[in-house]
Design a protein around this ligand. Structure first.
Ligand code: ZN
Length: 143
């Protein structure tokens, strides 16, 4: 079984874990938080890059603003899409108004912009509101 590096959603320490099945509780070695937390993680300038670079699972990052209508309209769909993936694909969210540094680093202009990464490399990006099924299909294509 392949061991993968997974960044803790709580303390951002890097764990090396063997993933047996979905829904399994995998406690962080540092803080004991369950690493298999399927909810989208609100990331910051600091934590976003750590997750993109250190995680050995595909990552989706939704750059949004609370004043952007399409971003907020996608909020629930993004969360619902994330719940099906667990540690297969990690869903992140970045408030681009607050964390302008990381938004600038990845060249985010229009909002929402969703970017897919695998092992630190950008795979693809979309700059429009996506439906839940579009998000699920995209995430599945990354596995
Ligand atoms: Zn932790």
């Amino acid at each position: 079984m392949e061991a993968l590096r997974i960044v803790c959603p709580e303390c951002n320490s890097v764990n090396t874990v063997k993933i047996k099945g979905q829904g399994e509780v995998i406690p962080c070695a540092q803080c004991k938080t369950d690493l298999d937390d399927p909810f989208p993680l609100e990331a910051t300038d600091e934590t976003c890059t750590t997750h993109i670079v250190e995680n050995e699972i595909p990552i989706l990052v939704d750059f949004y603003s609370t004043t952007c209508g399409p971003c907020m309209a996608m909020y629930d769909d993004y969360e619902d899409a994330a719940l099906g993936f667990g540690l297969k694909v990690k869903f992140l969210k970045v408030n681009a108004d607050v964390y302008q540094k990381v938004a600038g680093k990845y060249g985010v202009g229009a909002l929402p912009t969703i970017i897919a990464f695998n092992k630190g490399e950008e795979i693809s990006r979309v700059s429009r509101q996506l439906s839940q099924s579009e998000l699920v299909l995209w995430a599945q294509s990354l596995i």
